[in-house]
Ligand binder design. Structure first.
Ligand SMILES: C[S@@+](CC[C@H](N)C(=O)[O-])C[C@H]1O[C@@H](n2cnc3c(N)ncnc32)[C@H](O)[C@@H]1O
Length: 189
């Protein structure tokens, strides 16, 4: 059932042009989660749950870890919740509706993995909103750093100057983008 849900979510995103990582970047994300073995992933920008499903599959296989994912669009969040439920993952995920900059302030537990994927200009404010709960070290991934570099120059400048940070480029097969990058930063106090 999980694979069927993932395929349907990907097909819906392609058909309705709902933004998602796409399989190339999602495989990379899953590999990062597998390697990090996080206790708590926070994702900013759920959409309808495509990237969430990829991360949840790794958490379930590891038998440890959970996901808090935040989406400002209530309709998309409702679809994501239904998708997590159908995929048998709802016990591992807390799907919250709201502006991530505000919602992140209510998270009090340590966060060892952060995924920023909620409109480029939100990355730095979201990073700052959760920073005091990031573990030392924590893994921080930011999507769209190729196509969105100018709009997130504050975020990229900060992580590249302050932390170990690498840009990973991908050839992508999506109707709206053919090449883009993910920034992987190792946050340390
Ligand atoms: C690129 S999509 C997320 C894709 C998703 N991570 C995936 O790969 O399946 C960005 C999402 O962020 C949401 N968003 C935009 N601004 C936001 C904010 N301030 N807080 C939370 N979500 C936001 C948008 O509604 C959109 O659904």
């Amino acid at each position: 059932m999980f694979d069927q849900v993932l395929q349907e979510v990907e097909a819906q995103c392609r058909a309705e042009r709902i933004p998602m990582l796409g399989p190339e970047k999602a495989k990379f994300l899953a590999g990062c989660v597998e390697e990090a073995k996080p206790s708590l992933i926070v994702e900013c920008g759920t959409a309808i749950g495509y990237s969430g499903l990829w991360m949840l599959r790794v958490l379930k296989a590891a038998g440890t870890g959970r996901l808090i994912t935040v989406e400002i669009d209530a309709d998309r969040a409702a679809q994501a919740r239904a998708n997590f439920e159908r995929a048998g993952m709802s016990n591992l995920v807390d799907s919250r509706i709201g502006d991530a900059q505000e919602v992140l302030k209510s998270i009090q537990t340590p966060v060892d993995f952060l995924l920023l994927d909620n409109n480029f200009s939100n990355y730095f404010p979201c990073f700052q909103a959760i920073e005091s709960r990031l573990t030392n070290p924590a893994i921080v991934l930011a999507d769209n750093v190729g196509i969105g570099a100018d709009s997130m120059a504050d975020y990229l400048g900060h992580v590249r100057e302050c932390y170990e940070s690498e840009t990973h480029w991908f050839d992508i097969d999506l109707p709206w983008v053919k090449q883009d990058a993910i920034e992987v930063s190792i946050y340390r106090r």
